[in-house]
Design a protein. Sequence first.
Length: 249
Amino acid sequence: MGKGKNILLLLLAAVVITACAALPGLVAVCQDGAAIGQTHYETVSNIQLHIRGEEAASPLKELARISLMDGGLEISDTMASMTAEEAEARFYDILQTYIDAGLVASFDAVVYESRCMLATVSSDASVNGVFWMATLISGDDQNFAQFDAAIDDETGHLLAVSYTGDRAFSAAEREKIREVFTDLYFCSLGLAAYAPFVTADLDGAYVGENTIAVRYRFGDAVYGELNVDFYVDEYGFYTQFPDMGVNAG
């Protein structure tokens, strides 16, 4: 059923190739083998964030932060712009958007947890920034649902998302979900004109049984090429970032 498709785990597992500062391992499944090695994190109580003020958050900068991330640290939430309560409220707002769009069935929480993280991009320190990783889990093996989100601390924008449930989607449903999922993600990030940036990279590629996937690529003079993949399988959907961790030393 792939209940471990947890985007937060995926984000962290994908950067474990970082030599010195990898994020905690959060993914139990990563279908394209992005999870390699051992994960490590530490709580930091006092750290200086060097982020150029003139490069205030922009959609491509936020996308670069998550897609090019090659290291990170769990930090005290006192260093964040949002409080833990505000981050939680934003998480539930995002979840409700996906429920309203028909992508997620409403479910009662059993476990909610979040972490405040500093994402680092070794190739461009100006992209470094804080985000929140949050997970909501409900039910048991017979009534399971899990929704995960990575939320930018400065803007509240959704950077990455994953959902796994216990109801199987038909082939027709999966294609429709992919369309709505893609649109929700890009529009919420402020990239409504995303359609021209679709690629054929994953056309014909094996992405898993009963799974469909599509890749979008944005070319930017400042941040370079930014790739984001959208996967939908029988039991859920998630974002993936093929370039995450590639610059780790």
